[in-house]
Write a protein that binds this ligand. Structure first.
Ligand SMILES: Nc1nc2c(ncn2[C@@H]2O[C@H](COP(=O)(O)OP(=O)(O)OP(=O)(O)O)[C@@H](O)[C@H]2O)c(=O)[nH]1
Ligand SMILES: [Mg+2]
Length: 305
């Protein structure tokens, strides 16, 4: 590979409002579920790095938390990871939703962040499968072109895989020439225990309602091999919630909810790790975990200053 002078490599930040499909786009391009996904906004809380290895290029995606407002320390930390990714990136990808068009938040993101960075920026109009009237796409593309000099505007359905290939080709066009930046067998920099915590958190997002998902954080305390059985992993994890009644809801009637979350997470972890998994989950109330710097660091929200 060192002999290949035309090799390209660089960082590509995926940015946009919560819920536009950033994590889905990265996962579907990589063909691996690296970043957790849910129908609820503000699913992603830290930057998730994912590497696509091709013969002629290495694309390093930075999936970021949706740009959000809020006064607590968690929001500040989450936003720092999104902004840090934009600053680190060679190429920015801004994502909007086809069926919603340009919203106020999209406009603010463009004005307050993207325009200030002056980097090659691709606009993705995602979820075109949700557009009832396809004739509205062309005017939306035209409207978008007037807002900023995006290097390309790409309509996409990440879920159906429409235009993902073209998107990858366009990224390659704008990537800098560089030798590979990651070893060929590495697809992320996320430590295993944070990855496991994210999978548990995804099951909480998918199974609970209203403020519950936002009240919860997961810390993996230990991962041990079985003493007699090397093919067994024993994982101990704590789910933190902000309120006593949230603890009751997460545990559920006769422990049903916690059991369901645990079973779904265990199933996914066994498939992922190729081992049998014993997953022990505890629920603890920590009213101010979103303001606790030490805990936020332990949870992997690492941009705490
Ligand atoms: N119909 C449709 N749904 C999509 C598409 N892409 C993503 N979604 C759905 O949109 C929802 C949000 O997707 P995510 O990938 O979690 O969005 P995100 O931008 O990462 O959200 P945050 O992490 O909260 O900022 C999920 O329910 C996805 O299944 C698409 O192309 N079409
Ligand atoms: Mg996400």
């Amino acid at each position: 590979m060192e002999n290949n002078k035309n090799f390209k490599a660089g960082f590509v930040a995926l940015i946009g409002r919560p819920n536009v499909g950033k994590s889905t786009i990265m996962n579907n391009i990589l063909g691996t579920k690296l970043s957790i996904v849910s129908p609820k906004p503000q699913t992603t809380r830290m930057r998730i790095l994912g590497v696509k290895h091709d013969k002629d290029a290495q694309i390093i995606f930075l999936d970021t938390p949706g740009v959000q407002k809020g006064k607590d320390l968690l929001t500040k930390v989450v936003m720092e990871s999104a902004v840090g990714s934009m600053e680190e990136a060679d190429i920015l990808v801004m994502i909007i939703e086809a069926d919603k068009g340009w919203t106020k938040e999209d406009e603010l993101l463009l004005e307050n962040y993207i325009k200030k960075l002056q980097k090659p920026t691709i606009l993705v109009i995602n979820k075109i499968d949700k557009m009832k009237d396809k004739r509205l796409l062309l005017p939306l593309i035209e409207e978008s072109a007037k807002k900023y000099n995006f290097v390309e505007i790409i309509p996409m359905s990440a879920i159906k895989g429409e235009n993902l290939d073209r998107f990858v080709q366009v990224i390659k066009k704008y990537l800098p020439e560089s030798p590979p930046l990651f070893p060929e067998d590495q697809i992320t920099d996320l430590p295993l225990r944070f990855y496991i915590a994210e999978i548990i958190r995804e099951k909480i997002f998918q199974n609970t309602k209203q403020e519950l998902p936002y009240s919860a954080a997961v810390e993996v305390e230990s991962i041990e091999e079985g003493q007699k059985n090397k093919n067994l992993l024993i994982i101990n994890a704590v789910i933190y919630v902000e309120k006593e009644n949230h603890k009751g809801i997460i545990i559920g009637k006769k422990g049903q909810m916690l059991k369901k979350i645990g079973q779904q997470a265990r199933q996914e972890l066994e498939d992922l790790l190729g081992k049998k998994v014993h997953l022990n989950l505890w629920v603890k109330v920590r009213p101010r975990w979103k303001e606790d710097i030490r805990l936020l660091k332990m949870l992997g929200y690492q941009y705490v200053s």
